[in-house]
Ligand binder design. Structure first.
Ligand code: ZN
Length: 214
């Protein structure tokens, strides 16, 4: 009700895409302050084993406001939201970077069709928002669609579409690599990326995810 009154009075132009409440801050323009303030880091008590990954951290659970933020940043193609997510996770990501002390920080590439339609790689924009320097070491081949609704075979093909850029192969020897990604689900993608990096002589692979889907 308050939101409707505020909107009627013209005190704000936009409604929060998550709760419908008024938005006052022009920082990103899609989520209200109440929703944004509800974002809390989550520390799972037990981290599971992920093949080829020495250690990993997650910022939060893939639910509620955080899930909505990630989906809007990705599929709504809002660079400002991707940057905002980076800003929110920045202290936690930096804490982990200082702990791991990686030689190279990177993130997965998105397929070219999605890059054309979206115009940016959301993971790269999150890293920019977090003020974390990164190196692009991956590329994607083929035209993989969104992974939801794919058969097991198609999903495997999507995972295999991740490749290393030829020009960085020599750079990875004896390096400690930190891979940043938005969501951890089955771990198939991060395992594929870690395997690629280790196959050309990298020392170890660590990972940081914005959210973990349970
Ligand atoms: Zn809200």
């Amino acid at each position: 009700m308050f939101a409707q009154i505020v909107k009627f009075l013209g005190l704000c132009e936009e409604e929060c895409v998550f709760c419908g409440g008024p938005i006052y801050s022009k920082d990103q323009g899609y989520f209200c302050d109440t929703c944004l303030e509800s974002l809390k880091p989550y520390h799972p008590i037990e981290y599971r084993e992920i093949e080829y990954v020495s250690s990993y951290r997650v910022f939060g659970r893939y639910e509620g406001v955080l899930k909505s933020l990630i989906l809007h940043a990705k599929f709504g193609a809002h660079v400002s939201l991707a940057r905002y997510i980076g800003k929110v996770i920045s202290p936690y990501l930096w804490e982990y970077i200082e702990l791991i002390n990686p030689d190279i920080i990177t993130c997965p590439a998105i397929n070219i069709r999605r890059y054309w339609s979206r115009g940016f790689n959301h993971a790269e924009e999150m890293l920019r928002g977090a003020n974390v320097p990164f190196v692009k070491i991956f590329k994607r081949t083929g035209f993989g669609g969104p992974s939801a609704g794919l058969t097991k075979e198609e999903r495997l093909k999507a995972v295999e579409s991740h490749k290393l850029r030829e020009e960085v192969i020599d750079l990875l020897e004896d390096k400690k690599v930190l891979i940043f990604d938005d969501v951890l689900t089955t771990g198939a993608t991060i395992t594929r990326l870690a395997e690629l990096v280790l196959s050309v002589g990298a020392l170890e692979v660590h990972a940081f995810f914005v959210a973990q889907a349970l």
